[in-house]
Each structure stands twice: as C-alpha cells, then as structure tokens.
Design a protein around this ligand. Structure first.
Ligand code: ATP
Length: 436
C-alpha cells in the first residue's frame, strides 16, 4: 500500500500535478506546489464545491475574507489558548517529535525510545504586520477560514437582506504549524479550505446537522468516490474540537488507512457569542445567537482523495497495438468535472503534413472551450496512454478519412471505444458529453 502512494506521488510529479516546494533548495517544510495539471484539477474541485454550495442549495452566498485579521479574533475564537494546541512528545533517543494522539504506544514509533512528557504546542503561525518593527502588530496567519465568515455575519446579513437560516461559503488558504505533517498533501502546513457556515435557529441545529452531513457525503459519491471507501464517524465529546457540540468526520480509506477528509460540526453559539463578548458588538439575530453548522473540507485533502480513487493500474495493458503494449498501464479515472484536461488532439501520424495541419486546426478550434492538449510525439498508442495516465476524457485523432470527410475519431478514455464526429459538430458534441 505504501508502494501505491509512491506511485501516485511519482505520477503527480512526473506529469505536472504536484511538485515539492522549493525543490532546488532541497524542499521546504512539507509544502507543495501545484503544477500545470494540478492547478487545473484543484480549480475544478473548488468550482465543483462552489457550484454545489451556492448553486445547488438555497440561501448560500459567497465570501472572500482576508487571511490577516485582528489578533483579537484568535483570542475570541479560543485558538490562542489551549483549545488549538496539540500535545507534542519527543523521543529522548532519536529526538523525533510526534503528536501524542497519533501514537499507538507510549514508545517512539521510529526507534522504540522513551518519550518526554507531553507539552502543549500551539499551531498558530505568527506574523508581523507594519513597517516599523517595534510598532508592528503581531498577528497570525488564519488557522481556519471560517473566522472571516463570523466577522462578516452582520455585513452579509444586512447587505444581502437575508433571513435565517442561510449560509456563507468561502474558499481560501489556512495555515497550521503541524507537528507531524505528512502523507504527501494529506497534512501540510499551508493548505486550502472550502468551508460553509450555516446560520440557523438553535432549535433547528440538529435537523440541519443531519441534513448537511448527508449532503456532504453525497458530493463525494456524485464525483465518483466509491461508497465502500467512505464512512462517517461521530466524534466523542472528549475528542471533539474545542468549539464543537457535535462533530462528524467524513473519512476516506487511503492506502495509509482510514483518515478524515471533512468535518461537519455543530459549533453552537460559540463563535458569535464570543465575538460579541470580545468586540462589544451585538451579533444576535432578533434576540438570539444563531447556531452554526459548519462543513469544512481541505481542497488539498480532497485532491488527494480524488487522485487516489482515480488511480488504476491495468495489468497486461489496455491498448492492443503491438508497439504500445506494455506490462502495466496507468489509467486515471477522474470524474469528468475534475479531469484537468478534457480533450487531446492527435494527428494519426506525424509525417503527414495534411493530418498535422488538420489536427492543429481542430486543437485551435477546441482550445477556447475546453482544456485541451496537442500531441504529435511518438506512436499513436503511446500518445493514447499518455492521455489515459493524466485522465484526459476524450482523445481526438485526425486520420485519412478526416481529409476526405472532415470527420475525426473521438476516443473515450474509459471504454476506449471510438466514434466518428464531424469537425463542425465537435464543440457541441464534447459540450454535451461533459454535461451527461
Ligand atoms: P486533523 O485531526 O486531521 O488535524 P482537524 O480535525 O484539526 O484535522 P479541522 O480543523 O476540522 O481538521 O479542519 C477541517 C478540514 O480542513 C479537514 O477535514 C481537512 O480536510 C482540512 N485540513 C485541516 N488541517 C489540514 C492540514 N494540515 N493539511 C491539509 N488539510 C487540512
């Protein structure tokens, strides 16, 4: 299973999905950069989530708040106190550090050495704002995006003339000084969150909590994640986040075990009442503090989920052309909404100028509508394989019939079946397939 992760990490780098940050300097603190295909796919994930929240549901509006906020925010939210600290232990022998709750035994998991007493370690990242060092304000990079939503509760409510219940959705960067980042992009120190905060009457909080956990589960299923690889775990009072009255984790079966990908929380009136107290502003709606149901997922963590779920190795090869036949072929079965490249255009052979010319024309025609690649290097079988490996949905080939009838073949990634389509119908046909 570790081997599977290595293959995925290697594919991600080789094909331009994810690179280690600052690689020429030896990498940096488990940070990652999204390459040309990675940024397309991550944008697709964010687009799909945004559409799901603000398009497929009633009464949800968007927000993009600043990363930097007043340091008082983090006082009020409880993040600067023990509430947002993990317990850190260090091995007395090899000095490796661990999050205590991640260790199965009371011994170092690397060398079996004795561990120090646990110390609380705050995860907030400090920064300084202002040009004069001695006058600079110390604040923190946000550890969760939702605080910006709570601070704008009244602004949104009033400017949009909303009534409770309603929701605010936001996507943005968050930072946590994780003790043990790892498992590729599963746990990093800089990541993106997609969070929706649903403001409702306290009496309706349980109803909406159940509603949202089902809705969120369905999003993964709609995007092709198999039911048997997903589960919901209700988190006990002892293990819940400091603000949560109820918490359900949606977990995915990764090659390295079952792990959380999204949290659905009933935050009660923790946030609005504390911000009222600290700011002196009345954040009540009518005469009560709304309860907040939060759905919170990492864009990077769900990226890894979709990548792992899509990764297939086909033993014996799928392509039947002799020169392309290979022991194992990789097929990335990404959902059509998420695939970074929708179509590729290939001339059947490179040394027929008419076919190359036609292929380039088709490529230019499709490019404004769909993320599109052009490839003329290598045998046709090898080029199909290269597209399968990055999850390209349809591969279009210009061949000799193209010159006679102005048609091309459109090959389906998953079935490898081909159909002939008139060039003039291509945009319409692909567009329709994308919506099916
Ligand atoms: P964990 O227990 O894994 O540290 P958490 O319970 O602290 O996570 P939340 O605060 O509920 O996580 O954050 C909500 C979501 O944000 C998580 O489900 C995850 O998808 C994402 N997330 C949180 N921390 C990280 C991180 N360090 N790297 C990547 N994504 C993260």
């Amino acid at each position: 299973m570790e081997n599977l992760m290595e293959k995925i990490v290697s594919l991600a780098k080789r094909r331009g999905f994810i690179f280690p940050s600052s690689e020429i300097y030896g990498g940096f603190g488990s940070c990652y950069d999204f390459g040309p295909l990675g940024v397309e796919m991550k944008n697709n994930i964010k687009k799909s989530w945004w559409k799901e929240m603000t398009g497929n549901h009633e009464n949800i509006v968007g927000l993009d708040a600043a990363i930097l906020m007043s340091p008082q925010v983090w006082q009020a939210s409880g993040h600067l106190t023990a509430g947002f600290a993990d317990e850190l232990v260090e091995c007395k022998k090899c000095h490796h550090r661990f999050r205590k709750d991640f260790l199965k035994e009371n011994k170092c998991s690397d060398c079996g050495g004795e561990l120090t007493e646990p110390k609380k370690f705050n995860l907030m990242m400090k920064t300084f704002v202002g040009s004069l060092e001695d006058e600079a304000v110390t604040t923190y990079l946000r550890a969760e995006t939702c605080q910006g939503i709570y601070l704008n509760f009244l602004n949104v409510l009033n400017s949009m003339r909303l009534k409770i219940p309603f929701g605010i959705a936001q996507i943005g960067k968050a930072f946590r000084n994780e003790i043990t980042p790892g498992n590729f992009i599963y746990r990093t120190r800089e990541f993106e969150q997609m969070e929706m905060q649903w403001f409702c009457h306290p009496k309706e909080a349980d109803k909406f909590f159940d509603y949202w956990k089902k809705e969120r589960m369905q999003w993964y299923l709609n995007l092709g994640i198999k039911k048997e690889n997903l589960r919901m775990v209700e988190v006990s009072a002892k293990e819940r986040a400091h603000y949560a009255k109820r918490q359900v984790d949606i977990e995915y079966r990764f090659p390295f075990g079952w792990h959380e990908i999204e949290g659905v929380h009933n935050r009660g009136d923790w946030d609005l009442s504390n911000h009222s107290k600290y700011s002196g502003k009345n954040l009540k709606y009518e005469d009560y503090y709304p309860y907040i149901i939060e759905t919170s997922v990492g864009a990077d963590r769900s990226f890894l989920t979709f990548l792992v779920a899509a990764f297939h190795e086909v033993k014996g090869g799928r392509t039947k052309t002799t020169e392309a036949k290979k022991e194992v072929e990789v097929l990335l079965k990404l959902h059509r909404e998420l695939a970074p490249v929708k179509v590729a255009v290939l001339p059947l052979i490179k040394n027929k100028p008419e076919l190359v010319k036609k292929a380039k024309e088709v490529y230019q025609m499709l490019k404004p509508y769909f993320t599109c690649q052009y490839d003329e290097l290598g045998s046709i079988g090898r080029r199909y394989r290269r597209q399968d490996e990055i999850g390209t949905l349809w591969t279009i080939t210009t061949d000799f019939d193209t010159l006679k009838y102005d048609t091309v073949t459109v090959r389906n990634r998953d079935t490898m079946s081909q159909e002939r389509v008139k060039i003039s119908d291509l945009v319409k046909v692909i567009d329709k397939k994308l919506r099916e």
